[in-house]
Design a protein around this ligand. Structure first.
Ligand SMILES: [Zn+2]
Length: 269
C-alpha cells in the first residue's frame, strides 16, 4: 500500500528529529528545572555564579571589566570564537583582570538541523581560539540560545568542555530593558547557588541594551552580598549535585515584579 511508505519513512525521521531536538529544549525553564542541577548551573548555596554571554565586544566589554573591578567581583565570560579572533586584546584583558573565559560557540547560530560534524569542528575551533589568546584550556560551554542539541552536547564532550546553562536571567537583550527590569527579573528567579545569565554586548540584542545590564550590576551585587552570598565565576561555584534554594525577591519590597522566569518568552542565551 502506498500509504505505508510515508509511515515507514516518517518513523525513523521522527525518531531522528526527536534525538536532535529533544535535548535542545533545554532553553525551556520547565525542562531545565528537571535536568541535572549541574547542567543548570546550581552550585554552592551561598555562592552566585555571575556569567556574561556573547562577547568579547571592544565597545562594551571593557565597561563591564571596569565595573566589576569597582565592585571587587569576578565573573565568567562565555565568548564567541569569531569575536575572540577579531578582538583578542579584550579577551586577554578579561583574563588579566581575574575573570574566567568560557566557550559560547564559534558563531551565534541556531541549530535548525543536526550537523554533528560541523558542531565538533566549530567547538574545537572556538576552544583553540580561546586557548591561543588566554594560554589556558576553557572549561565550560553554553550553547547560543541555550539550545543544547545532542550534537552540541557530543561536540562539547569531545572538546573537553562541560555544558552549563543558567538558573536565572535578566532578559537584558530587549529594547525595553532597564537597570530596574534587569535587576527585578534576575532576582525573581534567583536563589542561592544560582547561575545568572547576563550579556556584556548587544551583538545579538537590541542596540545599546548592554547599558541596562551595566546599570543593574551594582545593585545586583549589593543585593546578593546583603543576602550573604558570595559572587564569583563558575570556577568558584562548586560542582556538587545540589538544588538551589527557593527563588527569593531581594530588592525593595514591591519594587521587584514577582514573575517566575518561565513566564517570560525564552529566546536567548
Ligand atoms: Zn548568546
Amino acid at each position: 500500500m502506498p500509504e505505508s511508505v510515508p509511515q515507514a519513512v516518517a518513523l525513523p525521521l521522527a525518531a531522528g528529529f526527536l534525538a536532535h531536538i529533544g535535548p535542545a529544549a533545554t532553553w525551556l525553564p520547565v525542562v531545565r528545572r528537571h535536568l541535572s542541577p549541574r547542567l543548570a548551573g546550581v552550585g554552592h548555596p551561598r555562592h552566585v555564579a555571575l556569567t556574561f554571554d556573547d562577547g568579547p565586544d571592544p565597545v562594551s566589554t571593557p565597561r563591564f571589566l571596569d565595573a566589576l573591578d569597582g565592585l571587587g567581583a569576578r565573573a565568567t565570560f562565555f565568548v564567541l570564537g569569531d569575536a575572540v579572533v577579531r578582538h583578542p586584546g579584550v579577551v586577554r584583558e578579561t583574563v588579566r583582570r581575574g575573570h574566567e573565559v568560557a566557550v559560547h560557540g564559534w558563531s551565534h547560530d541556531r541549530p535548525w538541523l543536526p550537523t554533528p560534524a560541523r558542531d565538533v569542528r566549530a567547538l574545537r575551533r572556538a576552544v583553540e581560539a580561546v586557548q591561543d589568546v588566554t594560554g589556558a584550556a576553557p572549561r565550560w560551554y553554553r550553547p547560543p540560545y541555550g539550545i543544547l542539541t545532542s550534537g552540541r552536547w557530543a561536540a562539547a564532550r569531545a572538546a573537553g568542555l562541560r555544558p552549563v546553562l543558567w538558573t536565572a536571567w535578566g532578559r537584558d537583550w530587549t529594547a525595553t530593558a532597564s537597570p530596574a527590569s534587569v535587576r527585578g527579573t534576575v532576582e525573581a528567579g534567583l536563589g542561592g547557588g544560582g547561575t545568572v545569565l547576563l550579556h556584556d554586548t548587544d551583538r545579538t540584542a537590541a542596540p545599546g541594551s548592554w547599558r541596562a545590564t551595566l546599570g543593574a550590576l551594582p545593585d545586583l551585587v549589593a543585593d546578593w552580598r546583603a543576602a550573604g552570598w558570595t559572587v564569583g565565576p563558575l570556577a568558584d561555584h562548586g560542582t556538587a549535585d545540589r538544588h538551589a534554594t527557593a527563588p527569593r525577591v531581594l530588592g525593595r519590597a514591591g519594587a521587584v515584579p514577582r514573575r517566575p522566569p518561565e513566564q517570560g518568552r525564552s529566546r536567548h542565551g
